[in-house]
Write a protein that binds this ligand. Sequence first.
Ligand code: C5P
Length: 324
Amino acid sequence: MSNAMTGGPRRIAGDGAVVARAPAKVNVHLRVGPLRPDGFHELSTVYLAVSLFDTVTARPGEGIALTVRGEGSAAGQGPASVPTDRRNLVWQAAELLARHAGVAADAHLDVDKSIPAAAGLAGGSADAAATLVALDALWGTRATRGDLAGLAAQLGSDVPFSLMGGVALGTGRGEQLSPVLARRRCDWVLGIAGEGLSTPTVYGELDAMRTDGTAAPHAEGAGDAAEPVIAALRSGPTSALAATLTNDLQAPAVRLRPELRRALQAAAEAGARAAVVSGSGPTVAALAEDEDAAVRLAASLAGAGVFRTVRAVHGPVPGARLVG
Ligand code: C5P
C-alpha cells in the first residue's frame, strides 16, 4: 500500500506546506522484564493514544531547518528542553526517511508542541512519527505503512505506536505492536509536572530497586497479564479498567520524585476512578468516569497545586496522519 497514511491524494497547501499531527500516549499497562544486552528492557505494555497532539509542518527548503514552539520550546510553556538540532528526533526522522527513499534531506520543519517533553507521554516520538508522515507526502516517497513502521522502530521504542495510534499491545522493547480493536472511549485527566524525568534514569532506578529488593522482580509470563486490561478497554465499565491499571515504572518514578505520591493521592481525592504514572513519568494519568467527570476532575486538579498544568483528554485516537 503506498501513501498509507494519507488515505488519498497528497494534501499540499498553496505554499507547498504539508501538515501532520500525532497523539500522545498513555501506558495503561506496563510490565518491565529483564534488562537485555542491548541496554533495553523487555516489555509487555498496552498503549493508548490520547487526544493531545503535536503538529509538524513540512515545507520545501534546502537542507533541514527546524523550529519548535509550544511545550518545551525556548519561548513556550515548561522548562526549555527540546533541542532544535540533530539531537531532535524530528531531524533524525527526516534524515532516515531521506536515506531510505534515496532523496535529498531537504525540508523546513516547524513543530508545534502541545505534548510536554520528558513527561512519559511520548511527545518526541509523536513528533518523529508526524515527521515521517509529513515528509512521505512532501517528498512523494510512496513508503508503505510497513516501511514507515520499520523506520519508526529505528528512531525509538515508542515511535511505531505514535504512527499506529489507537490501542496496541507492545512487546520487545515496545516497538513490536499488535493492534487491539477497542472502540470504547475512555476519559482521562493528565496531570503534568513542572520538571520532566529522563527515561533511562527511571529504568535504571527500577533496576537498582530490583537489585536492592525494594521493587518486586519482573513477573514471568508478563504477556498474559495484559489480557484483563485489553478486555477492559474493549468493553465494560470504567471500574473494570480502573482495576487493571499497572505500571512497573511508577515505583522508581516516585522514588526519584517523591512529590508524585502526593499528586497520585490528589487525583484519587479529586474523584479519579484510578490514577497511574504514565510511562516513565512524571505525568499522572487520572481515569474519569466520562467526559463530564473529566472536566470536573481537571478543574479540581488544576486547583490542587500539585501540577504545572492539567489536560482533559480521551482515547483511543488515531496515530500520525495528515491534517488540513
Ligand atoms: O527507545 P527510546 O529511545 O525511547 O529509549 C530511551 C531509553 O529508555 C533507552 O536508551 C533505555 O535506557 C530505556 N528503555 C529501556 N527499555 C525499553 C525502552 C527504553 O530500558 N524497552
